[in-house]
Ligand binder design. Structure first.
Ligand SMILES: Cc1cc2nc3c(=O)[nH]c(=O)nc-3n(C[C@H](O)[C@H](O)[C@H](O)COP(=O)(O)O)c2cc1C
Ligand SMILES: Nc1ncnc2c1ncn2[C@@H]1O[C@H](COP(=O)(O)OP(=O)(O)OP(=O)(O)O)[C@@H](O)[C@H]1O
Length: 281
């Protein structure tokens, strides 16, 4: 994970700010960032609901430093007070970049026109950004992920959806009866719909082709699990942090009548996922 270097960049040097929530750091957010100059920064207003790129993981997706405000601490401010606060914290601020639907201040009562009226500087407003006619928003991307449509979610993110987790102990059945898997504990991130996904797993900065299962292990102990199988590698993982990138869903979670049938299906899933990566090249 890239360290948040915002604390290292002096706010006195910042001349432009992109303002918003920025959960996902998706394709539309990146359109805003393109308008920042080399002394530009991102001002993320934290509502506490970021599940695509929780705060700790967000800096990875931009070269501009990210600063944060907690929404609850600033939402009572009248529009002019908010701008005063920005001017005080960023004395060289000349340009503000926001999207078409940006509103701020008490009761979200101040929007683009008020921003232009109050801020004595350049206000750049980005029109609603769409991909294949789908408006790009964090809420829309969350919905695609929750419905298992990672292909569309990734298109709107302009990158593969990625989660971070830590290794936990599994049932100890995988390597003996099925295939070896790393079992993960994941906090803070939105999890895709239950099922089997083509994925890449990153351990110690090395990216491996893999397949990932999420859901209740209805064929074995019934408990919820996130498990990833890395292809053709003998992995002895002692890494604290594991990253999973999701590509496409292969199938739903399913209850099998025997371990043999589940194993056969898992081997078929692996074959399909391998073909996906071969064809992608
Ligand atoms: C590619 C893949 C697909 C899986 N599909 C299912 C499934 O459809 N139904 C199910 O009950 N468990 C499924 N599992 C989970 C297995 O039941 C699980 O790997 C096994 O119980 C071993 O768990 P362990 O690692 O905790 O020992 C799948 C696992 C993998 C790796
Ligand atoms: N599709 C878009 N086109 C242009 N600007 C956008 C778009 N989506 C977000 N923005 C702008 O990006 C900034 C960050 O906004 P925000 O994080 O609320 O985005 P969002 O993806 O619309 O989130 P949510 O879905 O939670 O409303 C805001 O200034 C917002 O106006």
């Amino acid at each position: 994970m890239k360290k948040n270097f915002s604390t290292l960049v002096n706010k006195n040097t910042i001349t432009s700010l992109a303002i918003g929530g920025f959960d996902g750091m998706h394709a539309a957010h990146q359109e805003l960032f393109k308008q920042l100059d080399s002394n530009g920064a991102i001002l993320s207003i934290e509502s506490g609901y970021a599940t695509l790129t929780p705060k700790k993981y967000r800096q990875e997706y931009s070269k501009h430093p990210i600063y944060y405000y907690v929404l609850d601490e600033i939402k009572h401010l009248a529009g002019n007070k908010f701008i005063e606060l920005l001017k005080k914290e960023y004395p060289k601020l000349k340009k503000i970049v926001v999207g078409f639907d940006f509103c701020f201040g008490k009761n979200r009562g101040y929007c683009i026109q008020e921003l232009k009226d109050i801020f004595e500087g350049n206000v750049i407003v980005i029109e609603e950004y769409k991909i294949d006619n789908i408006p790009v928003h964090s809420r829309t991307i969350r919905e695609y992920i929750s419905n298992g449509d990672l292909k569309t979610a990734n298109k709107l993110l302009n990158k593969e959806y990625k989660i971070y987790g830590t290794q936990i102990k599994g049932q100890g059945l995988g390597a003996k009866n099925f295939v070896p898997t790393i079992n993960l504990n994941v906090e803070d991130f939105l999890l895709p719909q239950a099922g089997v996904y083509i994925s890449k797993t990153i351990l110690n900065d090395i990216e491996y082709n893999s397949i990932t299962f999420l859901g209740h292990r209805v064929t074995t102990d019934g408990s919820y699990a996130i498990e990833t199988h890395i292809f053709d590698e003998n992995i002895i993982n002692d890494d604290y942090e594991i990253q999973i990138k999701f590509y496409e869903k292969l199938r739903d979670n399913k209850k099998f009548d025997s371990f043999e049938e589940l194993k056969e299906q898992i081997l078929f899933d692996i074959k399909e996922a391998k073909e996906y990566f071969i064809n992608k090249k």
